[in-house]
Design a protein around this ligand. Structure first.
Ligand code: ZN
Ligand code: ZN
Length: 136
């Protein structure tokens, strides 16, 4: 049985509870993720949508991904923290921005995508399955 994981945005207006283990833990170095996170990459936990309950208001912004699909970044309109990423091609799962979890001790990325656009200083991640773009 998986333990319940909790998280939320910086100001606390948005909170969530996850009642399942992530399907995939990954990092994405695409330029969109660098912009939306303001960071070198995005840390993502793909989880079953049905296992996630969110309280508080998230604002969505839709954009085209580097491989043509539509994505929607969901952030807190009050403090701007990115919390969720919705992928239109995968309606049953939702991506949680891992930095928003209260506790990230369990997190370890197993997949790394869009390494072609990774920042130059990024070290090799030997235990990660790496892809130059999006594998699928
Ligand atoms: Zn907030
Ligand atoms: Zn990305």
């Amino acid at each position: 049985m998986s333990e319940i994981k909790t998280g939320g945005c910086l100001c606390g207006a948005v909170r969530y509870e996850l009642n399942a283990d992530p399907v995939t833990n990954m990092i994405c170095s695409c330029k969109n993720c660098q912009r939306t996170s303001g960071s070198a990459l995005s840390t993502i936990a793909l989880v079953p949508k049905s296992a996630l309950s969110v309280t508080g208001e998230l604002k969505g912004y839709e954009y085209k991904g580097d491989t043509g699909g539509t994505l929607e970044i969901n952030f807190c309109p009050n403090c701007g923290s990115p919390v969720l990423l919705k992928i239109s091609a995968m309606p049953d799962v939702v991506s949680i921005k891992v930095g928003s979890f209260d506790n990230t001790d369990w997190y370890k990325p197993g997949v790394s995508i869009f390494e072609d656009s990774a920042q130059k200083w990024m070290p090799e991640l030997p235990e990660c399955m790496s892809f130059p773009k999006n594998p699928g």
